[in-house]
Each structure stands twice: as C-alpha cells, then as structure tokens.
Design a binder for this molecule. Structure first.
Ligand code: NDP
Ligand SMILES: N[C@@H](CC=O)C(=O)O
Length: 415
C-alpha cells in the first residue's frame, strides 16, 4: 500500500493534536484515502524538551533536514510567528508538498503569495484550522455556497475571549484568572495579546472575508477592539439588563467594498450568539438564496483544531489532482448588495456624564451612576469616542428592551 508522508512543523497544542489524531484515526484515514498516513518528521524549536514521539520520526529544528527527506508529500504548519513559517511553507511548496496551516496570523498576511505559488507548483493549500477551530466554516463557504451570494458574515471567532467573558460572568472569575485558565487549556495564543486585544479575531475576519466576498476590507480601515475594557462590573450591569458581552467580528459588502469590524458588543436573548459560551465559536453567514445559517462549535484547543487539520488533510489528498481547490464563492464575481442604510443604533455607554448634551444622541435610560443606554448613529458614536477617550461604548446589536427602572410602561424597541 502506498503511503502519504507528512511533516508536522510545531509540536505544541495543535501539532501534538495532529500527531495524536493521525495515530488514533489511522484506520479511518487509510479507509478513506486508500493510503496509509505516516508522520515522517516533526519540526520544533527546543531540542531539549521531552516529547512523546515515536523513535522512527525525525525530530529536528532544521527545516532543511525535513525538506531533504526522500519522500515528503504534505507539510502541516502549526508554529507561531509570520515570516519564518511563511518561508518554510514557500520552500515546502517548491519541494512539491501540499501544505496545511493553522497559523492565521501568517496566512492572513501571505495567503495570496502562498496560493499563487501552490497553483504554479500544482499543490494544494488547506487552511480550515485558521478560522473557527473545529468548525468547518472554510469548506462550507468554499464548497457548499458556490452559487449563493454572501451578503454578510458575523462571528465569535476568538475562543479565548469568549471563554474569558463566560468565566467572568458565570464564575465571577477575574480577567487575569480566566486568561490563565485559557492558557492552561491551550486555547490562547503564545502571545495572548493577540486574543484579548482583538488581533487574532481580525486575522480570522480577513481570511473569512476573502473566502466569502473574494476581497478583504482595507486593513487600515478596520477598527480593532478586544475585550480588555470589559470589567466584571460592566458584565454584571449588562446581565441585569438581559444582555451579554460577546466579542464579534463582522464583514459585509457596502457598494463595491467590504467593510469590517472587530469589537465587543452586547447581545440580547434573541441573538443567535447569546448562548454561545466558553471556548465555543459561532459564525453566522447571510446569503441570498439560503438566508441565514449559523455554524457553532469548539473554537480552539488541541483536538478541535486537529480535527480541522485532519479534514483538510483528507480533502487535500483526495483533490490534489483537481485544480478546483482554491475556488471561491460566486460572490467575488457577481456581488450585488444594497448600499448600507445608515440608521441609529442602541449603545451602552459607561463614563459619560448624564448632563452631556449632544443633539446627535438620544438618551434612552440611565442604568447606573455613569452608565446609560443611548441611541445614536455609529459615526456619531465614533466621533464621541474620539472626543472622550475614557468613555466606553458598546453596541447593543439586536435592539433594546427598556427596563422598568425609568419607564411607566415597558416597550420593546428594535432597529
Ligand atoms: N491553540 C489553538 O487552539 C489554536 C492555534 N492555532 C494556531 O496554530 C499555531 C500553533 O499554535 P499552538 O499549537 O497553540 O502553539 P504552541 O505555542 O502550543 O506550540 C508552538 C510549537 O511551535 C514550535 N515553534 C515555534 N516557533 C518555531 C520555529 N520558529 N521553528 C520551529 N518550531 C517552532 C514550538 O516549539 P517548542 O515546542 O520547541 O517550543 C512549539 O512546538 C499558531 O499559529 C496558532 O495561532 C490555530 C487554531 C487553534
Ligand atoms: N487563540 C485562538 C486559538 C484558535 O484559533 C482562540 O482563542 O480562538
């Protein structure tokens, strides 16, 4: 029986998960591919660390040793950083290997070059693990929505942030304690700033946008906010109002451009993301034929991510003779989406004085000493935020139900 020889670059949470899964699911892989999958080599940084890797596997910190192996069919990249993994993958492609990456920071920056090089060298690129952990969102968009025109994508795509927000709300954990737990569980990035400041979610949004719309928002025009401004007190206040903080990325077509955002927002019980808790991710795709679909599942961690890599491995091995592997949805070719109508939205504002007068703001109600619900257009809130740097603003995405605090009667207002 012929063999698929694989090298795994990185043996941390993801690399080790892939290695273990190739062994635990060897029979299924052989049955599906008609070939045995073997790990031939593992690339690491620290040669002194003890690892549970079979003796016959080459363990090295020199990529050249791996590239010189007599047979090498596929390289899985699960290391950190941007330029070095990019150069490793370029070399692997030129050597004639299919590549699979979990590294969204690298892939968001270098996907065009890698895809072009792969096409020139007749090899495939898998990147399912770069977005949504174990959720098969890339394949769904690429394979299952070829004719639908995607109008909008929205998602919780950083497992660490969602995990921290849930721990803070459900278990009254501090931000630091919740982050530590996310790190211990293997959810967080090597530098967790990427998670909690929104950069990881930003990279994922750029990758998603390319698949959904065939283009990305202008990177410099996307405001990126993470969850570090959200205190336990704010979470408690929101809970009293029936709202929950969720870190959400969003992208949609506005005319011929794609606009994107990365920020914490407040959602009510009616929103599909309200019950998405812990390390779960969810991605909502709004397309013209099917309407709205939401995919939900574990967004980070060893085996969910390994699952995405292994499914890519099968896809890449099965389809490497076909050239259809880089296709995108029909969106890029034939988008026709209405221009966005500017409308005012509801916001929770913390730190703004109640006597702050601005004709562009409608005060809806006061929640705490310095906490208010207001109604205003996004551009006006952006302007206010620029003028009042210490004030915190969070969008309430699906309408706001007035509490009985200040109203005789309760009524639901929605956008
Ligand atoms: N953790 C997760 O849930 C997910 C992570 N990812 C992405 O997958 C990648 C790996 O993440 P994760 O496994 O969590 O990271 P870890 O920090 O757990 O592991 C990184 C591994 O890469 C090795 N490594 C790092 N730099 C180099 C280098 N320059 N040369 C050789 N080896 C190197 C490390 O070696 P050593 O062991 O010697 O230190 C380590 O084995 C990242 O890009 C991450 O963004 C994607 C989806 C989910
Ligand atoms: N650090 C990331 C890992 C998966 O991509 C996250 O928390 O989502």
């Amino acid at each position: 029986m012929s063999v698929v020889k694989v090298a795994i670059l990185g043996f941390g949470t993801v690399g080790e998960g892939v290695y273990k899964t190739i062994h635990s699911h060897a029979e299924e892989l052989t049955a599906v591919l008609g070939k045995k999958v073997e790990v031939a080599a593992v690339l690491i940084k620290n040669k002194q660390k003890r690892r549970n890797i079979a003796d016959e596997v080459l363990i090295t910190s020199d990529i050249e040793e791996i590239l010189q192996l007599p047979q090498l069919d596929l390289v899985v990249e699960a290391i950190v950083g941007k330029e070095q993994p990019f150069s490793f993958l370029q070399k692997a492609i030129k050597r004639g290997c299919h590549i699979i990456t979990a590294n969204k920071e690298m892939f968001a920056s270098h996907s065009s070059e890698l895809l072009k090089l792969a096409e020139e060298n007749h090899v495939s690129v898998g990147f399912e693990a770069t977005v949504g952990g174990g959720i098969p969102i890339i394949q769904t968009l690429r394979q299952l929505l070829k004719i639908n025109r995607v109008q909008h994508v929205q998602g919780i795509v950083n497992g660490t942030s969602n995990f921290i927000l849930t721990e803070m709300r459900e278990k009254q954990q501090s931000f630091a304690a919740a982050l530590k737990l996310a790190q211990e569980n293997g959810f967080a990035e090597a530098d967790p700033t990427n998670d909690v400041e929104g950069f990881d979610a930003f990279y994922k949004l750029m990758i998603l946008s390319r698949i959904a719309f065939g283009q990305e928002p202008n990177w410099n025009e996307v405001d990126i906010a993470g969850i570090t401004s959200i205190t336990s007190e704010l979470i408690e206040t929101a809970e009293k109002l029936g709202l929950r903080f969720k870190h959400i990325v969003s992208a949609g077509k506005v005319g011929s451009q794609v606009k994107g955002s990365v920020s914490p927002v407040l959602v009510s019980k009616n929103h599909p993301f309200y019950h998405v808790e812990g390390v779960e991710n969810a991605i909502n795709v709004h397309s013209d034929i099917v309407g709205r679909i939401t995919l939900q599942g574990p967004g980070a961690g060893m085996f969910p991510t390994a699952s995405a890599v292994i499914e890519d491995l099968v896809y890449v091995c099965q389809s490497h003779l076909s050239r259809g592997n880089h296709s995108q949805t029909s969106q890029a070719a034939s988008a026709s989406v209405q221009d966005k109508k500017e409308s005012s939205e509801f916001w929770l504002v913390h730190g703004l004085q109640g006597n702050y007068l601005n004709p562009l703001i409608s005060w809806i109600e006061q929640i705490g000493e310095e906490t208010f619900i207001i109604r205003a257009a996004k551009e006006d809130v952006v302007q206010l935020a620029t003028q009042n740097k210490t004030v915190l603003f969070y969008l309430i995405v699906d309408g706001y139900q007035l509490t009985n605090l200040n109203k005789q009667e309760s009524l639901t207002v929605s956008l």
